[in-house]
Design a protein. Structure first.
Length: 428
């Protein structure tokens, strides 16, 4: 229980609700907030700028965007009439999203406590540590997504109230795609998680290897090949997730294959097809990753901003390292100026651009990120929900209590054109 000063919190009064709530709020909650941003899995919290906690009208952020150059700049002969004009502006609207993590404390566990070192303290510390780690992992998955909650795709068809489903990962890849496949679909489908298979609500009951899950449902669940699997909330509705890089760095028309979710055609309330300034550069030629193609995409984004970080999954990261070695270049890692990331040099950036591995970057994709263009808007930082009078525990409908960890906010982008991505990239 290192890092948790339990000695001053006497929970010996049979683990009362008040003493446990006090321990959660004053000891555990601040450390979750502090340590969450330090989790290695959560690179986005380190990279992006944090918007201050601000009042949000109707729980929305409103951002003014410049959409054109100034039209009032002219050269003329002395004595002629001067031109006039202005830059044009648009307004982006970003809704706040709400991410929750819940752990239960059973009544018998609470009642069994007899000392500050008793079972309730150990139980709380263990539960909060696992919650913090997996909360960070899931946020990082979300921040590489497109706000659609898709975590896997069905492979084949079937029907039943229980059964086994074979899966492809979010990009529609399987283990046979050896030059592209890095993310196993089961990574994001823990046992007990509620999911929607198409429109059918089910619960994950087991994992079979890396590419199959077992499930149960109250009614008959029927699926066909290529259906998206998304997380469900307690009401059985599709999870409403914050926006991530896949939706931010997009031109509104990108498709990979018939199984892959559609592009985000309207982003932050602005239609991309009719606003070219709101379209990221997307290189979709495919094929094996090459440094030359990376240079092309980087330089296209560079004219609009400063993309100093390049993210890719471990499979493509290894490929990039091998390219450096084949060119007789250094493949040693260094620390980037932004966010303290460690990665490989990218030559076209003049030594100021770093290639970073992130295990949640979608397969086949390479992201060129300008960290000054992206912010993390927070309606409220990570916290345990106060149930009233400072109590962070709520009573469940059976013998137990619940603590709810929450984060309110969303990803904000102010300049999508300074970011770019490559898709359908392979190792050979």
């Amino acid at each position: 229980m290192a890092g948790y000063p339990v000695d001053n919190y006497n929970l010996s009064a049979a683990g009362t609700q008040g003493s446990v709530s006090n321990f959660l709020k004053k000891v555990i909650a601040p450390r979750i907030e502090e340590q969450l941003t330090q989790e290695k899995a959560l690179k986005w919290f380190k990279m992006v700028q944090k918007e201050p906690q601000i009042a949000m009208p109707n729980n929305n952020y409103y951002i003014t965007l410049r959409k054109s150059r100034h039209s009032g700049i002219t050269s003329t002969t002395a004595g002629n009439k001067l031109g006039s004009g202005n830059a044009q502006y648009d307004q982006a609207v970003i809704p706040s999203k709400y991410v929750y993590g819940v752990f239960d404390i059973l009544g018998p566990t609470m009642a069994a406590t007899e000392s500050p070192e008793g079972s309730i303290v150990r139980s709380l510390v263990e539960a909060s540590d696992s919650l913090r780690q997996d909360f960070a992992r899931d946020l990082n998955r979300i921040f590489w997504g497109a706000s659609d909650g898709v975590v896997a795709i069905t492979s084949g068809s079937g029907s039943g109230t229980t059964g086994t489903i074979t899966l492809k990962n979010r990009m529609g890849l399987t283990t046979t795609d050896t030059t592209k496949y890095a993310i196993q679909p089961n990574r994001y489908l823990p046992i007990g998680r509620d999911i929607l298979i198409g429109s059918s609500l089910a619960t994950v009951t087991g994992q079979v290897g890396d590419t199959q899950i077992t499930f149960k449902s109250t009614g008959t669940t029927t699926w066909t090949n290529g259906q998206s699997i998304v997380f469900a909330d307690g009401d059985g509705a599709a999870a409403d997730e914050p926006m991530g890089a896949s939706g931010i760095v997009d031109d509104g028309t990108m498709t990979i294959n018939s199984s892959t979710p559609a592009s985000v055609s309207t982003f932050e309330g602005i239609v991309r097809s009719s606003n070219s300034y709101w379209q990221s550069n997307v290189f979709s030629t495919g094929g094996a990753l090459t440094e030359s193609n990376m240079e092309t995409v980087y330089l296209q984004a560079k004219q609009y901003g400063d993309p100093t970080l390049i993210f890719m999954n471990y499979l493509l990261y290894k490929k990039y390292g091998d390219l450096l070695l084949s060119y007789k270049k250094s493949a040693t890692t260094h620390e980037a100026l932004t966010g303290g990331f460690t990665g490989l040099d990218f030559a076209a950036g003049g030594g100021d651009v770093t290639v970073v591995v992130d295990y949640d970057v979608p397969d086949t994709e390479v992201y060129f990120i300008d960290p000054t263009s992206i912010s993390l808007g927070q309606l409220k930082p990570t916290h345990f929900i106060d149930q009233g009078s400072g109590n962070v525990l709520r009573r469940m409908d059976y013998d137990g209590w619940q603590a709810v960890l929450a984060w309110y906010g969303n990803m904000i982008c102010k300049n999508v054109r300074s970011n770019a991505k490559m898709t359908a990239q392979a190792t050979s």
